[in-house]
Design a protein around this ligand. Structure first.
Ligand SMILES: [Zn+2]
Length: 248
């Protein structure tokens, strides 16, 4: 099965007319189970230190990301927004938070978040740096990130490779793969299961075939959906917290 996108009830920095903080709007309040666990664990630990986890962004759909990108291109929006798929927001695996209410230093927040598999995308804990507020819960897609960082794949930068892998895992469309979405999703799983197949590009060749056969899957390109189901089941067995919640 696909990794599900779950609804999450979390406070946001958005306010009503009476200036009360509102929960994150439902169109954004979605994430994978492991991200859900991480957000709740971070919020709980932060609360023991007097801080609050208040989000300004979490899930972005293809349409939301495209709109933000178009607004950036037209000049309507100042903050840079990449075209879809540009980030782990679209995989339900990234959130932006209000740094003014965490009540601990950003450096300490990095240490706290890392305990729950959540990491920043900037290299120094300085609140003045753009995207200091952005954190990723990469889960098994960190394997894809590292695969590209190690130059085993070359058609994407590592962050984009992890993002497209995360989007495929929740069953959403990635433009880069055209009509080969199933093939690309198979490749994402095979890489996360530790095999080397060259590029994640939606083109199943001999290397992907070899990887599948090493995993014990009978290769049959005429039945790609069945091969996908088999590798997805292996992923679910290896990374169960990406499929079901651990925290109640
Ligand atoms: Zn962000």
């Amino acid at each position: 099965m696909k990794s599900p996108l779950l609804s999450i009830n979390i406070m946001s920095c958005y306010k009503n007319k009476l200036k009360d903080l509102l929960p994150l709007p439902s169109r954004m309040a979605k994430c994978t189970p492991d991200t859900h666990d991480a957000i709740f664990n971070i919020a709980a630990e932060l609360a023991t230190k007097g801080g609050k986890l208040i989000l300004s962004d979490l899930f972005r759909s293809y349409d939301m990301q495209l709109q933000a990108h178009n607004d950036y291109v037209s000049g309507k929006k100042k903050a840079f927004s990449p075209a879809p798929v540009g980030s782990l927001h679209e995989a339900g695996r990234a959130f932006d938070l209000d740094l003014s209410v965490i009540k601990i230093s950003l450096a300490d927040f990095w240490i706290l978040a890392a305990k729950y598999g959540v990491n920043p995308i900037i290299s120094e804990p300085k609140t003045s740096i753009s995207e200091a507020w952005h954190f990723d819960c990469r889960g098994s897609h960190q394997i894809v990130y590292k695969y590209y960082a190690d130059k085993k794949g070359t058609n994407f930068v590592p962050y984009k490779a992890a993002a497209v892998s995360g989007v495929l895992a929740i069953g959403l469309h990635v433009d880069d793969f055209g009509s080969n979405q199933t093939q690309a999703a198979i490749q994402s799983c095979v890489i996360r299961l530790g095999k080397e197949i060259g590029n994640l590009d939606g083109q199943i060749g001999r290397k992907t075939q070899k990887g599948l056969e090493e995993l014990g899957i009978t290769f049959n390109l005429n039945n790609a959906p069945d091969m996908l189901l088999q590798v997805e089941n292996m992923i679910q067995e290896k990374f169960p917290n990406e499929f079901t919640l651990s925290a109640p």
